[in-house]
Design a protein around this ligand. Structure first.
Ligand SMILES: [Zn+2]
Length: 239
């Protein structure tokens, strides 16, 4: 991490000439102008100081990305977003029918169960949320080409209010599974549950919205030489 600013000025000018000087990440809070050299394959993972491996990023995005990898350049993150009542059902069904044996699953419900919590209090829910975030942060920087499946009810948190934007920027696989308001409403067992259902539907999350934003993002990644034009699936890095 500490070596970032010692890149050969000739490599940097070639990077700017090839890929431009706009921030490649455009995370929430982006200032748009490239101020730093960002390694696509992080330096800590053996990414080198080459034109192929460097894009320009603003200070804010470079810091907030940390060493999280772009989908396919190491870990492949699958984020399954479900309404609050459905974690146990549709998300698990979806993951079971898509994952390979041995893929890690990071689920709030499973973590709570592992802690022996059946109806967690607010403090206990926070502890579970910390466990979820810790697992997410660690997997998101993995250099190994593993598939990780995370379930979440809202693609945001107090510390990261625009988590969905970050997932789209890093081209994660994002699946919104929506069994429908009526189903969710009927599954809610108390007023607190019904309130969570109402709040979730007020977010207006939908797969078609995510797909449209991802299609736009992938065009940008193609222009940046980080995705191939011919296929939706990311190519493996060759450096
Ligand atoms: Zn930026």
């Amino acid at each position: 991490m500490a070596r970032r600013q010692t890149i050969d000025p000739l490599v940097r000018s070639k990077v700017i000439e090839t890929w431009g000087n706009a921030c490649w990440l455009q995370l929430p809070g982006c200032t748009r102008v490239g101020e730093e050299d960002d390694h696509i394959v992080p330096y800590s993972h053996g990414g080198r100081d080459t034109v192929a491996n460097i894009r320009r990023a603003c200070k804010h995005c470079n810091a907030s990305r940390q060493d999280r990898v772009l989908y396919g350049y190491g870990v492949r993150m699958h984020m399954i977003v479900v309404p609050p009542g459905s974690c146990d059902r549709e998300a698990v069904d979806y993951i079971d029918s898509h994952k390979s044996a041995g893929d890690p699953v990071v689920s709030f419900t499973a973590l709570a169960a592992a802690m022996g919590l059946t109806s967690p209090s607010l403090a206990e829910r926070r502890a579970v949320a910390m466990a979820w975030s810790g697992a997410y942060r660690q997997f998101a920087i993995s250099a190994a080409p593993i598939d990780v499946w995370c379930t979440r009810t809202t693609p945001s948190s107090r510390r990261h209010p625009r988590m969905l934007d970050e997932w789209i920027a890093l081209d994660y696989d994002v699946q919104v599974i929506d069994p429908g308001f009526t189903t969710e409403w009927e599954r809610a067992t108390d007023d607190a549950g019904r309130k969570r259902v109402r709040q979730w539907y007020a977010l207006h999350l939908s797969q078609s919205l995510v797909d449209a934003r991802q299609a736009e993002r992938r065009q940008r990644l193609i222009a940046l030489g980080l995705r191939s034009d011919s296929t939706q699936s990311p190519s493996r890095p060759e450096w």
